[in-house]
Design a protein around this ligand. Structure first.
Ligand code: SAH
Length: 368
């Protein structure tokens, strides 16, 4: 019988402790392994010199440390980098690194494709293939650290992670939590919860679960201030309408002690960018501590949507800030290498057709 080896890359502290327990080894080994794998990025057990020779040989038989494989790296004129990562199933996903003054943000994917069928997002047009494993999710952070290393002061270049790549992270809950535990763990990447952000299109029960399970910052893809429009562009809204979503956000910030929620709002010309839309947004957000991030729509082949003009975006922003809200306009980065928000598509081999996809999305939404 051929037994597949456990890939230790995706196991968080608890997962590794369980693993060592199962192979009759002391659980403190988990801490040593975390450091070897994530801090020193050593994948060969033979090099893990503080483990006994016997243990190293045992690990070789039952386990492996296997990061995903980089297919291409693209570097934008603005310094943004995009890695196309090949998965064992033949599909590929994308990870984007965005350098800014004083920080570097890694945009991480959680699924191959996406089932939620948001009409303005290019990932959605690819259909859904599968969830990423925890190894494939944290593997993106591992690879970026391997490629970028540390700055001259010895600090890691990747300072922030946003779960804003391909996929809906809360639809791949367990694996995303393991990966985010690793991002946060001092023995692995040691990133503060303030600098790890999960973005969701609004899976309400999972937001409540996240509040209990893993302390991270939350971003909500709101994109519309009334249910009629939101359901048109984000089908998930039928299941979890705006009022329920914002109530879950309120519960989330109450636990996080005054931490704000980031509200993402993509600017679509003549769709959601009127003065009335801004007024509605001000009304529905008045009781929630938020920072609103207006995202200029990034076009992709086949879309009918157009980005609101700069004048309209700035006017919309002013209306929000005049009402006392915090609103910024997201700088579009990496669009010359198709790495901007909503442009990440990877290559999903078995594309499902539109009608089928819509049906699959509805089924998925119903099952949540
Ligand atoms: N599924 C999660 C994670 C994706 S995050 C979510 O919906 O939040 C990616 C962000 O970019 C989301 O806010 C998404 O709505 C936004 N986005 C999607 N397509 C876009 C596009 N074409 N232009 C600009 N932003 C887009």
């Amino acid at each position: 019988m051929i037994m597949s080896r456990t890939n230790l890359l995706g196991l968080d502290l608890r997962g590794l402790e369980e693993f060592f327990d199962q192979i009759d080894e002391k659980s403190f080994r988990a801490r040593q392994l975390l450091q070897w794998i994530h801090q020193y990025r050593v994948v060969d057990f033979a090099e893990m010199t503080n483990l006994s020779k016997v243990l190293r040989e045992k690990l070789l038989e039952v386990a492996e440390v296997k990061p995903p494989e980089v297919l291409h790296e693209h570097i934008s004129t603005d310094g943004t980098r995009k890695w196309i990562i090949r998965l064992s199933c033949g599909n590929s996903i994308e990870t984007v690194y965005i350098p800014e003054k004083g920080r570097g943000t890694l945009c991480v994917s959680s699924q191959v494709g996406c089932a939620l069928a948001c009409t303005f997002c290019s990932t959605a047009q690819q259909g859904f293939n599968r969830n990423l494993t925890a190894s494939e999710i944290i593997g993106q952070v591992w690879l970026a650290n391997e490629a970028l290393g540390k700055d001259p002061k010895g600090n890691r270049v990747v300072t922030n992670v946003v779960m804003m790549g391909m996929g809906e992270p809360l639809a791949n809950y367990k694996n995303v939590i393991s990966a985010m535990n690793l991002m946060r763990d001092d023995l692995a990447y040691g990133i503060s919860w303030r600098r790890v952000t999960l973005s969701t299109s609004g899976m309400v029960p999972m937001i409540d679960k996240l509040r209990e399970d893993c302390h991270v910052s939350l971003a909500i893809s709101l994109h519309a201030a009334n249910d009629k429009l939101r359901s048109e562009i984000i089908p998930l809204n039928d299941k979890y309408p705006i009022a329920e979503l914002l109530a879950a956000c309120k519960r989330y910030v109450d636990v996080q002690q005054r931490r704000h929620i980031t509200i993402e709002y993509v600017m679509l010309k003549d769709i959601n960018d009127s003065a009335q839309d801004a007024k509605d947004l001000i009304r529905i957000l008045k009781d929630l501590p938020t920072k609103i991030n207006l995202i200029p729509f990034n076009p992709f082949p086949g879309t009918d949507y157009v980005c609101s003009s700069k004048t309209v975006i700035l006017r919309f922003q002013k209306q929000l800030t005049d009402a006392g809200l915090v609103a910024t306009v997201r700088k579009t980065r990496g669009d010359d290498i198709v790495a901007a928000c909503g442009q990440l598509a990877g290559e999903v081999q078995d594309k499902t057709r539109r009608a089928e996809r819509r049906l699959a999305a509805q089924k998925l939404v119903a099952s949540l």
